[in-house]
Design a protein around this ligand. Structure first.
Ligand code: VGL
Ligand code: ZN
Length: 198
């Protein structure tokens, strides 16, 4: 069995002081670095938006961050501007061991579609290419850690389980945004999809 560690969006903007800071986002970094040594492969994801991205509240007249909007692909939370390509906020947390990564996959670069999942954009059909990468490397089993539990980790875990990978989410090495009960909903959704919550 070939096992990969999938490290979701451990970037400055999701850590304290960042544009979309997740409580305690930085506290998981040492544990993630340590866990990397136990896997055959390590993949990092990086939220990577062009300026003016359609998931930003600032791109929608009269909308505030954390309000909802309707996109052609369904409901979408509007976020503060974050993880803009090339910015400091889009860089990995400075203490994250990026040297151990075999692959860094960027997502959210299409101005018109947000991408929470490491596998598909939020239309649930445009692939990022990660599935093919993992399959061609013979990877069958995934452990997920990172930010945020209830958005990018959640969507990645559910998609991975649907695609037939064995999935474990190490919630001790994840932190959540928790918007209107989104953490509880995510834990239930991931369990229902067949992901193991550890
Ligand atoms: C994320 C909101 C917007 C995440 C990314 O990494 O969970 N959340 N973009
Ligand atoms: Zn984003």
């Amino acid at each position: 069995m070939t096992r990969a560690l999938l490290v979701i969006d451990v970037q400055n903007d999701f850590c304290p002081g960042g544009a979309l800071a997740v409580n305690g986002g930085d506290t998981i970094v040492p544990g993630i670095n340590q866990l990397m040594t136990e896997f055959d492969a390590v993949v990092l994801t990086q939220d990577w938006h062009p300026a003016g991205h359609s998931s930003f509240a600032s791109s929608h007249e009269g909308k505030e961050p954390m309000e909802m909007t309707e996109m052609p692909y369904g409901p979408q939370v509007l976020w503060p501007d974050h993880c803009i390509q090339g910015s400091h906020g889009a860089q990995f947390h400075p203490d994250l061991t990026t040297d151990r990564a075999d692959l860094i996959i960027r997502k959210g670069f299409d101005p018109a579609i947000d991408s929470y999942s490491a596998f598909f954009e939020n239309d649930h059909e445009t692939p990022t290419g990660l599935e093919g990468y993992l399959r061609t490397r013979g990877i069958e089993d995934l452990t997920l850690v990172g930010l945020a539990t209830d958005f990018c980790v959640n969507f990645s875990a559910v998609d991975a389980a649907k695609l037939g990978f064995g999935v474990t989410v190490r919630t001790d090495l994840c932190r959540a945004i928790d918007l209107n009960g989104s953490l509880q909903a995510a834990l239930e959704g991931m369990t229902q999809a067949g992901a193991g919550i550890a």
